[in-house]
Ligand binder design. Structure first.
Ligand SMILES: *Cc1c(COP(=O)(O)O)cnc(C)c1O
Length: 375
């Protein structure tokens, strides 16, 4: 993708390209891995940074009928883009929020007795709306404790008032298949969910789907893999969704011993050619992806070859060592991550995960969308 033949749109020096067809294909791939379940889509945090509006419309066109977001604000936005979908709010029901939730047909994921009572009061007073019940089986963030779950189940009138559409929990270690935590949580969930007979169950995030049918239940909730990250060794066969690129603004030849960037943390061991790229941490790239003497950073792709970042990443700029890439030219685009440079590798080189890299993107730059309904 790094090619001097692509003119910079709007004269931008950094750009993000989002492939909505790849997003839809990833949703179908994950749906096919859990044929016995409905496959929802988690589109919290602006669809992991790629743009919730476009993502929701593309996923709806692909057949997705259920969305999960974190906050009521995100839910309201999702509702604008899909009038008919089931939209669940993972953060639960804020005090006094029942009327607003019902007005937008947002479904609270009820995770405390206070929320349960608030929603039950609303329903008993003739209010409309669906909800989910969240059982905590090991995350210790949100959700009813096992004791609270049993206490709720012991009040059939309360459960009948809620009439939950889903009972769910969340895996702590799904991306570590060998962790005994997975089976422990699954067993806990089976036992507690059985107290709500006939209510559809949901447990699996992206990695949870790969744990197999015992973890898939009635409804899966993939997020990160929809956006093309966190597949391991081609399993499942995900397509890259996001391509981040930065333009080479300047090429500069420096002698051995020259230092690069703030703090002069990286000195060049040999006479070097440096490429200054027009993106930095203000664009959502990770400052921790830079290098210092004795610590390698991330790579970028220039002319189809990997070039290491050298020195600290600045607010708007970063520098790559292109000494061995003779064809690099000012005006060329460097791929920061994308089809040829996995986002997971870049995140790992910066000491983090693709989730953090993705959700920080798009604060700046000319976004382009490929594919999807209505372009
Ligand atoms: C974010 C989230 C998901 C999606 O997780 P991924 O690892 O991105 O697939 C699913 N369920 C809950 C409760 C979440 O908070």
């Amino acid at each position: 993708m790094a090619s001097g033949s692509v003119p910079p749109p709007l004269l931008a020096s950094a750009r993000l390209t989002v492939d909505l067809s790849a997003l839809a294909d990833n949703w179908r791939t994950l749906a096919a891995l859990a044929p016995g379940a409905e496959t929802a889509a988690v589109v919290k945090a602006n669809a992991y940074g790629i743009g919730a509006d476009r993502a929701i419309r593309a996923l709806t066109a692909a057949g997705c009928r259920t969305f999960f977001v974190a906050t009521p604000e995100e839910g309201g936005e999702a509702r604008v883009h899909d009038a008919l979908a089931a939209v669940y709010i993972l953060d639960g029901l804020p005090p006094g929020g029942a009327r607003t939730f019902a007005g937008l047909a947002l479904r609270p994921v009820l995770g405390s007795m206070a929320e349960i009572n608030e929603w039950a009061t609303w329903k008993r007073g003739g209010g409309a709306g669906d909800c989910a019940i969240h059982i905590d089986t090991g995350m210790n963030r949100l959700g009813l404790t096992p004791d609270e779950t049993r206490a709720l189940a012991a009040e059939p009138g309360l459960v009948a008032a809620l009439k939950p559409a889903v009972v769910m929990t969340h895996l702590a270690s799904a991306d570590t298949p060998a962790s005994p935590m997975n089976e422990a949580q699954r067993a806990r969930f089976e036992a507690l969910a059985a107290l709500f007979p006939g209510v559809p169950r949901s447990m699996a995030n992206s990695a949870g789907i790969l744990l197999g049918p015992p973890y898939q239940f009635a409804l899966t909730r993939p997020g990160i893999m929809l956006y093309g990250a966190r597949g391991a060794e081609g399993r499942p066969p995900l397509k890259p969704v996001v391509t981040a690129e930065a333009c080479i603004l300047r090429l500069r030849d420096v002698p051995a011993g020259a230092t690069v960037g703030y703090g002069a943390t990286q000195s060049m061991a040999r006479p070097s050619r440096l490429a200054t790229l027009g993106a930095g941490y203000a664009d959502g790239y990770l400052r921790s992806a830079g290098s210092s003497n004795g610590r390698a950073g991330a790579h970028v792709l220039i002319g189809g070859r990997r070039a290491p970042l050298v020195g600290r990443v600045s607010m708007d700029l970063m520098v790559a060592d292109v000494t061995d890439i003779a064809e690099a030219r000012e005006g060329d685009w460097a791929e920061l991550f994308g089809p040829n440079l996995p986002i997971d590798d870049v995140a790992a080189a910066a000491g983090t995960i693709a989730y953090e890299l993705l959700t920080g993107l798009g604060r700046r730059g000319a976004n382009r969308y490929l594919g999807g309904p209505g372009g």
